[in-house]
Design a protein. Structure first.
Length: 438
C-alpha cells in the first residue's frame, strides 16, 4: 500500500504532461491544405471575334486623274486599299482648317492626281492605330470620314494625305514617305484607270455627289434564314442568367428580365433589344472612347456575326451603329432589323439593339441596275426628294422575307441616304426606271 500514493502521483503527472503535449500539438498543428484552383466561367462566343479593320471599311473610292473621274465600290478593292494602307507612316499631322467649306472640299477632290476614300461614319484617329503608323504620340481627339491622297510627288517617294470631317468641318494634313514609288504606282495609280467613269453632281453650297456613268451589274440573292437563339444572348447579357425569367407576351413578342435589366425579343422581325436602365447617362463620352467601348462590348461575345460595318455615331446620345453588308453593299429592310445599335451609359452598356439571324446562300441571279447619272436625272423630276437634302446616292440590297419558307430575298436597288436614313428608290417613284425591284 505504501506504493499507491507515489504511483498515483506519477500517473497524475503523466496525464498532466500528456494533456500539455496534446494541447501544444493542437495549437501548433497546420493542416496541409491543397490549393483550390478557381475555374473561370466558360466564355460564350456567339460568332467569330474580329479586328477593328474588319468593321471600319470604306464604301467608295474616287480617283481624279487626267481630267477624268473614275471610281469603284468593289468590296475587293476596298479590302486592297486598307491592306495597302497598312504600315504607312503618317508624319507631322497638322490641323489646316477648322471650318472647311463644301466648295473647298469639292475642289480638293476634283484636283488632278488625287484619290478620295469615303467612309460612312466619322472615325476617331485613335482607331486607325492598327492600320497606320502615326508619328504623334498623342492623336487629336477628333474624327474624319474622308481621306484624300495627293500623289503628285509620288516619284519623289512622298505623298500628302488629307483627313476631312463632314460633321466637324475640319481638315488635317500629313505627309507619307513611301519606300517604293513603282509599287505605289502599281497599287494606286494604275488600277484607277481600270475603274468605271464617274460624274460629279454639283450642288450649290453643298459637297458634291459622285455617281457612276455606266449601268451596274449586280446579283439578286435568296438566302435561307438561320436564327441565332435569343437564349445565347440571354447568357451573354445578363450577369446571372439562371435567375432570368422568360415571359411570352404574344405570338411575336417575348421578354427576359432579372429585375434589373430587360431583353425584349421581336420574333417577327428577328431582332432583340437589351436595356439596363440604371446605366442611363447624359454625360457625353469622347468619340475615341465611345467607339472603343462599343466595339469591345460587341466583340467580346462575338456579336459581329456576319459582315457588320461601322456606319454612324451620335456623340450627343453616346450612340454607335453598325450596318449589315453583303458583298460590299449595305442591306436595308422594312421587314427585318439590319443594324446593330449600341448606346453607352455610365461605365457600361445602356441599350443594345440588333438582329439575331444569319444567312445561308440558296440561289443567286444576275441583275442590271441603271447608271447613277440616270438615277440623278430621275430624282430631279421628283417632288419629294431634293438633291440638296441627300447625303449620298448608293446601291444597296433591299431585304424582304418569306416567313413561311424561311427565306430572305436580297434585291439590288438604288437608295438615297438622308440624315442616316435610307429611302428606297422604287420603279414607281422613278417613273418606270428598270431596276432590281421589277
Amino acid at each position: 500500500m505504501k506504493y499507491i500514493e507515489p504511483v498515483k502521483s506519477i500517473v497524475l503527472f503523466l496525464l498532466v504532461m500528456l494533456s500539455v503535449v496534446l494541447t501544444f500539438i493542437i495549437w501548433t498543428y497546420t493542416p496541409d491544405y491543397n490549393v483550390i484552383e478557381q475555374t473561370e466561367g466558360k466564355e460564350i462566343l456567339i460568332g467569330t471575334q474580329k479586328k477593328i479593320e474588319d468593321v471600319i471599311k470604306p464604301y467608295k473610292t474616287l480617283y481624279s486623274s487626267d481630267e477624268e473621274l473614275t471610281g469603284t465600290v468593289s468590296n475587293g478593292v476596298m479590302k486592297d486599299i486598307m491592306n495597302i494602307f497598312h504600315g504607312w507612316n503618317i508624319l507631322d499631322l497638322v490641323r489646316v482648317n477648322n471650318n472647311i467649306s463644301p466648295e473647298n472640299v469639292n475642289e480638293m477632290i476634283r484636283a488632278n492626281n488625287r484619290m478620295t476614300v469615303f467612309f460612312a461614319g466619322e472615325i476617331p484617329f485613335s482607331e486607325l492605330g492598327t492600320i497606320f503608323n502615326f508619328g504623334e504620340k498623342e492623336l487629336p481627339e477628333t474624327t474624319f470620314n474622308r481621306i484624300i491622297i495627293d500623289w503628285t510627288n509620288y516619284a519623289n517617294k512622298e505623298v500628302q494625305m488629307y483627313f476631312i470631317s463632314s460633321s466637324n468641318k475640319t481638315l488635317l494634313r500629313s505627309h507619307v514617305s513611301i519606300t517604293n514609288a513603282n509599287q505605289f504606282a502599281k497599287d494606286i495609280i494604275e488600277p484607277s484607270k481600270l475603274h468605271s467613269t464617274y460624274k460629279e453632281v454639283e450642288r450649290d453650297g453643298y459637297t458634291s455627289l459622285y455617281v457612276p456613268n455606266d449601268t451596274i451589274e449586280s446579283v439578286k440573292y435568296t438566302y435561307y434564314m438561320n436564327e441565332l437563339s435569343p437564349e445565347l444572348f440571354k447568357n451573354v447579357l445578363f450577369s446571372e442568367p439562371n435567375v432570368v425569367q422568360r415571359n411570352v407576351e404574344s405570338a411575336t413578342f417575348e421578354k427576359y428580365t432579372d429585375g434589373l435589366s430587360l431583353m425584349t425579343v421581336d420574333t417577327r422581325f428577328k431582332s432583340l433589344t437589351y436595356v439596363y436602365p440604371a446605366a442611363e447617362s447624359s454625360e457625353r463620352i469622347e468619340p475615341s472612347k465611345l467607339f472603343r467601348d462599343s466595339f469591345e462590348f460587341i466583340n467580346e461575345h462575338g456579336g459581329f456575326t456576319t459582315d457588320y460595318r461601322y456606319v454612324s455615331s451620335n456623340p450627343s446620345k453616346n450612340q454607335i451603329e453598325y450596318q449589315l453588308y453583303l458583298q460590299g453593299f449595305p442591306v436595308y429592310s422594312d421587314q427585318a432589323t439590319t443594324r446593330i445599335t449600341t448606346v453607352w451609359g455610365d461605365t457600361r452598356i445602356f441599350r443594345y439593339k440588333r438582329p439575331y439571324f444569319s444567312l445561308d446562300i440558296s440561289e443567286k441571279e444576275i441583275k442590271e441596275l441603271p447608271s447613277g447619272t440616270e438615277i440623278v436625272e430621275k430624282i430631279h423630276k421628283l417632288n419629294n426628294i431634293v438633291l440638296s437634302d441627300i447625303d449620298e446616292i448608293a446601291v444597296g440590297y433591299y431585304l424582304t422575307q418569306d416567313e413561311n419558307l424561311r427565306l430572305f430575298t436580297l434585291e439590288p436597288s438604288w437608295f438615297v441616304i438622308r440624315n442616316g436614313s435610307w429611302v428606297l428608290l422604287t420603279p414607281e417613284m422613278l417613273g418606270g426606271v428598270k431596276n432590281g425591284l421589277e
